[in-house]
Write a protein that binds this ligand. Sequence first.
Ligand code: COA
Length: 198
Amino acid sequence: MADVTLTAGALLLRAWREEDVPALLEAYDDPVMRQWVRMPVSTPEEAARWVEVQREGWESGTRFSFAVTDTGRDGELVGNLALKRPGQGAERAEVGYWTAARARGRGVAPRALEALTAWAFTAFAAEGLVRLDLLHQVDNVASCRVAEKSGYAFAELLGALPPEFPLDGHLHVRRAPSGGAPIQRAPGVSPVGSSDSR
Ligand SMILES: CC(C)(COP(=O)(O)OP(=O)(O)OC[C@H]1O[C@@H](n2cnc3c(N)ncnc32)[C@H](O)[C@@H]1OP(=O)(O)O)[C@@H](O)C(=O)NCCC(=O)NCCS
């Protein structure tokens, strides 16, 4: 599954690779990133470990992250998109993202998020995925805009959880287009309480 690639116009989303380490370090060398993203990446070793964690995520099926690259700019690395799943069969998963400072304000995150969302609801439909959550702290206005522009509706105000989350947060939710995949039943078995005898 780590071979999955997604496209959104000129954006190509693909698995992270070892050779992305220099671009990853450059992206993290930014105060805004450090403010909003939890796992620090300051040294080549931390960056290599970060890439390894992404690979392990694909392997365990708990974290599917994509390097977002711009084919119109010679494959320049412009961001990261991740889908976090608690485990197989979970009906909810969470999305997370960042865009490199030099690429912000061009709609990279919403376009990549749209591609990830469509892929997630298709790839995990049979496993029951029907809902994607997006969380951000209240003062992360740019992230709130990404949620709104990507069809993740505001759902709930979350209380602060210091020290990790010193301020309240927003939960935004996007649901699967048709409420998810039809429930698989054994042949000839009617759903409990159903009057449909077909
Ligand atoms: C949040 C973030 C991913 C948005 O990515 P993006 O690709 O710039 O998304 P957009 O181009 O759609 O811009 C979203 C908003 O950012 C703000 N913005 C616009 N230009 C910007 C720029 N040059 N620099 C920073 N922010 C800008 C605007 O509020 C914009 O909303 P608008 O379209 O209504 O004007 C990006 O700002 C980022 O990586 N922030 C740091 C990490 C982070 O906060 N991740 C999310 C954690 S919940």
